[in-house]
Write a protein that binds this ligand. Structure first.
Ligand code: FAQ
Length: 320
């Protein structure tokens, strides 16, 4: 890298070195030079991801008191608690980029920040918990396995840990779907109905088509995303469709077809009007989700104040 006359490196030279590191597959760490746009993209994505984990506790959390037996209740409690932990890892990863926890939290609570659209749909009965586990956690894992290879060290390492836990979430959901699909006709009907309601919102989780995805080109260039929205959605459809068919279940897509030449399943069109309505705050439960997060923040105020008071007291010099 050549120096300028004043001994400094030019931005072009720093950028070339940065991109060469990405090209070699090196991880970028918090103290390293990075372009401002790279830092901003990561803060945007990681904070949205953290918010999704916290809002994602709500649809299933509503069923903790109504789980059908103690084993299911224990599993669901552990799962919802894991999602809270994932939010914490992710907020920490965003903090390494200079984002403050308070600012990120406020952006969620006052409606400026995005979070995954799928969590704005209602959980109408217990089989929704099963289907969220298999489909929604399954989609999240597919996306996060890709992000575990991302170029930013703290995000990539958080993803490795999160994916390990999400693996259990997916399996507990899959186990329930298998059991209900082989249960009474009423159970099979309930689980099919839940799949019908969650299928499209799950496919929307992967984001707009690549041709409409404004962030993907820069994210792929800088190794933040290593696969595109459509590539991941395609992988998901091809994993889930045969698995559901094997259980005698179907997906609510009349245009779904098997492409013999490419040996893959091809989905029908997604309702992008619905997607953008939900993303912009007008989904079935957007208002309720934000109200629940605001209430949780308010109810936790005394804990935050107590922590600050404790830290201040501990910082006082000890009297001789
Ligand atoms: N919902 O240009 P792109 C989980 C926004 S964790 C809402 O394609 P990008 C665990 C996007 O932000 C699930 N907004 O964006 C769990 C952008 O707006 P902006 C969360 C969406 O970043 C399971 C605009 O549209 N996972 O589920 C959505 O390249 C079960 C244009 O889109 C992550 O956050 C959406 N679905 O790709 C918990 C993973 N899609 O910011 C409980 C990290 C797009 O420019 C129970 N994030 N938008 O104003 C990512 O991988 C990416 O950010 C994508 C979007 C793939 C979400």
């Amino acid at each position: 890298m050549t120096q300028q006359a004043n001994g400094q490196y030019s931005d072009e030279a720093r950028m070339a070195k940065f991109e060469a590191r990405i090209e070699r597959g090196e991880k970028i760490e918090p103290g390293d030079w990075m372009p401002e746009a790279y830092r901003q993209q990561l803060i945007r994505m990681i904070s949205q991801h953290a918010h999704s984990e916290l809002v994602g506790m709500l649809p299933e959390g509503a069923w903790i008191t109504r789980a059908p037996n103690l084993r299911r209740k224990q599993v669901l409690l552990a799962k919802v608690q894991d999602e809270a932990g994932h939010g914490q890892y992710l907020y920490h990863a965003a903090e390494t980029l200079g984002a403050s926890r308070e600012e990120m939290t406020m952006a969620l609570l006052d409606g400026r920040a995005k979070y995954a659209s799928v969590f704005n749909y209602p959980t109408l009965n217990w089989t929704d918990v099963a289907v969220i586990g298999w489909l929604v956690d399954g989609a999240a894992i597919m996306n996060q396995t890709m992000l575990a290879r991302c170029s930013y060290g703290p995000y990539s390492r958080a993803m490795v840990r999160i994916c390990a836990e999400e693996g259990f979430h997916k399996k507990q959901g899959q186990e329930m779907v298998i059991q209900y699909a082989q249960g009474t006709p009423a159970q099979k009907q309930m689980v099919q109905d839940a799949i019908n309601r969650w299928w499209w919102p799950t496919l929307m989780m992967f984001g707009p088509h690549d041709s409409e995805s404004k962030n993907t080109p820069q994210l792929v260039r800088w190794g933040i995303k290593t696969k595109t929205n459509d590539e991941l959605r395609h992988e998901f459809v091809n994993e889930l469709v045969p698995a559901l068919h094997a259980l005698g279940l179907s997906v609510p897509d009349p245009e779904l077809c098997y492409d013999e030449a490419n040996e893959c399943w091809v989905s029908g069109p997604i309702d992008w009007d619905e997607f953008w309505r939900v993303v912009k705050g007008d989904g079935p439960l957007n208002k309720e989700r934000l109200t629940a997060r605001r209430d949780a923040h308010e109810n936790g105020r005394w804990v935050r104040e107590a922590l600050v008071a404790y830290a201040e007291r501990e910082a006082q010099p000890v009297a001789a």
